[in-house]
Design a protein around this ligand. Structure first.
Ligand SMILES: [Zn+2]
Length: 221
């Protein structure tokens, strides 16, 4: 009888540990991850283009880094503090993104950009690596709602932190895919000049770059 009592006590103790352990684990997960976004990036190297050695691994690392940033509290907090100029997507006929903007001011909140970027839980992207000759003004090109985009190969050869630079670049192009354009692509009444702080694609690239730099300094990545 004593044995049964002891076993019952052990069982209850284990149950109690389990009950108390589960919520605390859930809480600690919540502190680091606010979203549940999954990214899958693949690439094709076009004829005449070149990628550095080990590029398949670099892409996987970039994918991991960007997924980690998009899921982080830091990303959400940074973006919720921002507001951007209307990138004239109010005029777009594409329907793969939410068109939320302030009609009076023509501004877009960082919160809306965040919702648009994380609208789908799983995103698959295909990068076409292209040789753009001597042209070095642009790192790549993309179109709204098309999950394929182009990356020019010249900057992939530059040394240092390629996975981080790629994560930032993919974030920039993905912001275009989600409907946000640069100033040179919008009608006159919506132009904001060259101020990159007003530009959602540059803004997202900067936030991703800054978060990765901070994590790098703290040896978290
Ligand atoms: Zn761009």
């Amino acid at each position: 009888m004593k044995k049964i009592g002891l076993l019952l006590l052990i069982f209850l103790a284990l149950l109690a540990i389990n009950i108390f352990a589960t919520p605390s684990l859930g809480k600690s997960k919540k502190q680091t991850d606010t979203a549940n976004f999954k990214l899958d990036v693949s690439y094709k190297v076009e004829e005449g283009a070149k990628v550095p050695e080990g590029f398949a691994d670099t892409i996987k690392k970039a994918q991991f880094l960007l997924e980690k940033v998009f899921n982080s509290n830091e990303f959400k907090n940074a973006l919720f503090k921002q507001s951007y100029n209307d990138s004239a997507y109010s005029k777009s006929k594409k329907a793969c993104f939410l068109t939320v903007y302030d009609e009076k001011t023509g501004r877009i909140t960082g919160e809306t950009v965040y919702q648009n970027l994380l609208k789908e839980k799983e995103v698959k992207l295909l990068i076409n690596i292209r040789n753009n000759g001597d042209k070095k003004g642009t790192m790549g090109a993309s179109y709204a709602c098309n999950h394929q985009f182009t990356t020019y190969d010249y900057w992939l050869q530059e040394k240092g932190e390629l996975a981080r630079r790629l994560a930032r670049h993919i974030a920039h192009e993905f912001t275009h895919i989600r409907g946000y354009r640069h100033d040179n692509k919008v009608p006159k009444p919506f132009k904001w000049g060259r101020n990159i702080k007003e530009d959602p694609a540059y803004g997202i690239g900067n936030i991703v770059g800054e978060i990765l730099a901070t994590w790098g300094k703290k040896s978290l990545i």
